[in-house]
Write a protein that binds this ligand. Structure first.
Ligand SMILES: NC(=O)C1=CN([C@@H]2O[C@H](COP(=O)(O)OP(=O)(O)OC[C@H]3O[C@@H](n4cnc5c(N)ncnc54)[C@H](OP(=O)(O)O)[C@@H]3O)[C@@H](O)[C@H]2O)C=CC1
Ligand SMILES: O=C(O)C1=N[C@H](C(=O)O)C[C@H](O)C1
Length: 254
């Protein structure tokens, strides 16, 4: 049984993690925390204020913390985990280079697993994309992502991961063109990136490849946030008890 501490417990993903954990027999919730514990309970768990996070690590001794919050808070939670010798799984997106440096430092001390997307389908999409780009090297590529209207970061973390994957597979650093306006003909070496924010869309990513009078699209659509929560909890169970280091979601799925 893996004991998880859950941050951002009143957030959309924090709630999904707590709901999903309740239906599993390999995880138990050690504590649930968020900044403003005005709501007293989520999924039956008493909310604890985030200022008490270091104390909660000491008193409730989780194996792993599961974090879906914001980049600023995620690095603070990760640093506290490093002090307390607790593993850290984060799905938070929007990290800048300074945040990533902090996370890499934390991984010198405890196991850390960060994934921009905890869905198995997106992992399969990324694999298929790499193979497709290798097979169709001269095709134009355009990526479109759609998310709910509350999302902070753009493009999505998943989109950025897919763009990196395109570069790796093609052995080229494509220019990334974020939308187009006015006279802006396509440059052969660019990848277009298009971001839509609307309603309560859980997350859609489409990569379009065109050339040779044909069009191929690879699309993933998440239909429930439970998909991400389940992947993050799978990662937590897998990470518990491992040595300090940086781990990838692909290793969990292998
Ligand atoms: N990797 C993946 O598979 C997925 C990643 N995500 C990512 O997870 C993150 C959260 O998404 P979502 O749940 O929709 O967002 P929400 O805005 O619904 O929730 C965010 C939560 O994080 C807390 N939070 C935000 N900033 C801070 C801060 N500075 N300090 C402390 N707590 C903070 C909020 O706490 P409070 O209520 O106290 O303000 C809130 O509970 C995003 O980065 C998103 O991109 C989302 C889905 C899947
Ligand atoms: O904010 C979200 O909701 C999501 N964020 C992640 C991202 O930025 O890629 C993953 C998923 O698409 C949902």
């Amino acid at each position: 049984m893996t004991a998880v501490g859950v941050t951002g417990a009143t957030g959309t993903m924090g709630r999904a993690v707590l709901d999903t954990a309740a239906g599993r027999d390999d995880t138990t919730v050690a504590f649930a925390t968020n900044r403003d514990p005005a709501a007293e309970h989520v999924a039956g768990h008493e909310l604890r204020p985030a200022v008490d996070f270091p104390d909660l690590l000491a008193t409730h001794a989780p194996d792993v913390v599961v974090d879906f919050t914001g980049p600023e808070s995620a690095v603070e939670y990760a640093s506290a985990c490093a002090e307390a010798d607790v593993g850290f799984v984060t799905g938070t997106t929007g990290f800048d280079e300074a945040h990533r440096d902090v996370l890499r430092g934390v991984a010198d001390r405890v196991p850390v697993l960060r994934a921009t997307n905890f869905s198995r389908g997106v992992h399969a999409l990324a694999e298929a994309l790499a193979e497709t780009v290798e097979t169709l090297p001269d095709y134009d590529i355009e990526l479109t992502e759609t998310h709910h209207n509350r999302k902070r970061d753009a493009p999505s973390g998943t989109a950025t991961t897919l763009l990196d994957r395109i570069d790796d597979a093609s052995g080229a650093n494509h220019d990334r063109t974020y939308g187009r306006e006015g006279e802006q003909p396509r440059d052969g070496d660019e990848v277009g990136v298009h971001v839509r924010r609307a309603g309560n869309v859980r997350g859609e990513h489409e990569v379009l490849l065109a050339g040779n009078d044909e069009v191929l699209t690879l699309t993933h659509r998440a239909e429930s946030r439970g998909v991400f929560a389940a992947g993050a909890l799978d990662a937590a169970v897998w990470l518990a008890g491992r040595d300090a280091g940086w781990y990838e979601f692909e290793e969990v799925l292998a």
